[in-house]
Design a protein around this ligand. Sequence first.
Ligand code: GAL
Length: 358
Amino acid sequence: MKKTLALALAVVMSLGLLAGCGGNGGNSGNTSNPPANNSTSQDQSGSGVASSIPDAPEGGGTVGVCIYKFDDAFMTTYRNSLQEILKGKGYKVTVVDGNNDQAKQNEQINTFITQKVDALIINPVMTSAADQIIGTVKEAGIPTVLINREPTAEQMAAYDKLVYVGCDAAQSGTFQGELILETANQGDINGDGKISYIMIQGDPENIDAQLRTEYSVQALKDAGKEVEQLNLTRGDWDRNRGQEIAANDLAQFGDKIEVIFCNNDDMAIGALQSIQQAGRKVNEDIYLVGVDALDAALNEVMNGNMTGTVLNDAVGQATEAVNQMELLLSGTTYSSGNQSVYVPYVKVTPDNAKDFVK
Ligand code: GAL
């Protein structure tokens, strides 16, 4: 029930977003009227379905989905949602695990091309591989939606049947900073006039990690706060790494640490274990924030064990990715500078956390 509601909300949000932000401003196709269905699914309605649907893509509705690695908490929610939506619409979908290996993902993309899929949805392993991926799908002429790792506008401009669906990573960082500013002592627990923090970073090659790191602290500075970075360590989005890094830093810096910024929730959940082992108490003698709004993190926000998080809307992004894929399949093309479609982040506090539990 909650899932259905969330999905309905996501659809409404993405419609509003399309109408409001003009993410498709340069489209030459009819963006307000995507094809209703592209189903060729044999198990749902037998053969011949495609011919009964005028807008169905020639050759059938097969979609290849490349995920950078399955062993990532947020991308697991995202890929499950993508699969559910695509299957619900009758597409034949294959989702593959890149195992965090760009060479492997390149092979997977080539295999999908050889299999003549109608569309690709790709979560690149490396942002730096964008040129190569875009060149490959362009040469094959396959409509492609990139997700989760945003290339530059210049890179995307190379191919007009390509669009990026994601979020404005800077916004999530700003929200993290605001969560700290909204606490009783605005992050300055020991009252020494500065906010002393450690930063547990995701994969630094990823723009989400770069911008969250920058903008979380920028929000504090913009509010006129003095800040002190005690340490910054890459944790590659991983819970165990979050736990190890927090344990080391708590041992090294002790009570000096007033805030732990984590670029995502999985690392924050790991950090929480170390905070508790060190006998510290979140929201009393230390603050802890993440991003994603994983269910586990939402529970900790509600229990007072995390200061807050930021909703990284997996369902909303999956819905929008499929929507954009259907626009591409119906002939929409994109012009340079209009190839990124953003789904908004939402700040999550104990007051609204329950609204986002899946
Ligand atoms: C981020 C997300 C992280 C991780 C990463 C993978 O948007 O917050 O948890 O999934 O994407 O690229």
